[in-house]
Design a protein. Structure first.
Length: 175
């Protein structure tokens, strides 16, 4: 199990993880918190969907489940890191998802989206096939919107206490 929010090996404590749950594709190769992980600790985060909330008003948001049209699992581009507290002899492994500009499907809902990698690029991303930093950076783009769908779902998804199939049940008249 990895902790959400990348904790670079050189920080003094784990609090930075709260601000590193996502890494922006535009700065992942240069930002100190992500630079070393981008070079050598890339991973795939398997999912079958993700949630985004569209603002309806200042106080109200509509949640969406975003998934592949064929409902098959896919993989986000991720980074991982190992942090050690030498005094307490504690080791924490952490992870982050890389985000990019939203594609045509996601943009009306949110201006960013996770980087979804094509299956043909998994080996390159994981370092199993050689790739330059520029080739890796080129993978960090919006995924093909035609292969995806956004389904309106109920607000129960916004409460961590809820964990059942109803969370992904489409609302009538889904967009």
């Amino acid at each position: 199990m990895l902790r959400w929010g990348l904790i670079p090996s050189w920080v003094k404590d784990t609090k930075i993880g709260y601000s590193t749950v996502n890494a922006m594709a535009e700065t992942v190769a240069s930002k100190a918190a992500f630079r070393e992980a981008f070079k050598s600790r890339r991973c795939l985060i398997v999912a079958d969907g993700f949630y985004e909330w569209a603002a309806i008003s200042l106080k109200e948001k509509q949640p969406y489940l975003i998934q592949m049209r064929d409902r098959k699992p896919f993989a986000f581009a991720g980074l991982w890191e190992r942090w050690k507290d030498w005094a307490a002899e504690e080791v924490v492994q952490s992870v982050t998802i890389i985000t990019t500009a939203a594609n045509e499907l996601c943009n009306p809902i949110h201006d960013r989206m996770p980087v979804i990698l094509a299956q043909a690029d998994y080996a390159k991303w994981l370092g199993e096939k050689p790739a330059t930093p520029d080739e890796l950076q080129a993978l960090l783009k919006p995924f093909d919107a035609k292969a995806m769908e956004a389904v309106r779902i109920g607000p129960r998804v916004g409460n961590i206490k809820n964990d059942d199939a109803e969370l992904i049940t489409p609302l009538l008249n889904s967009a």
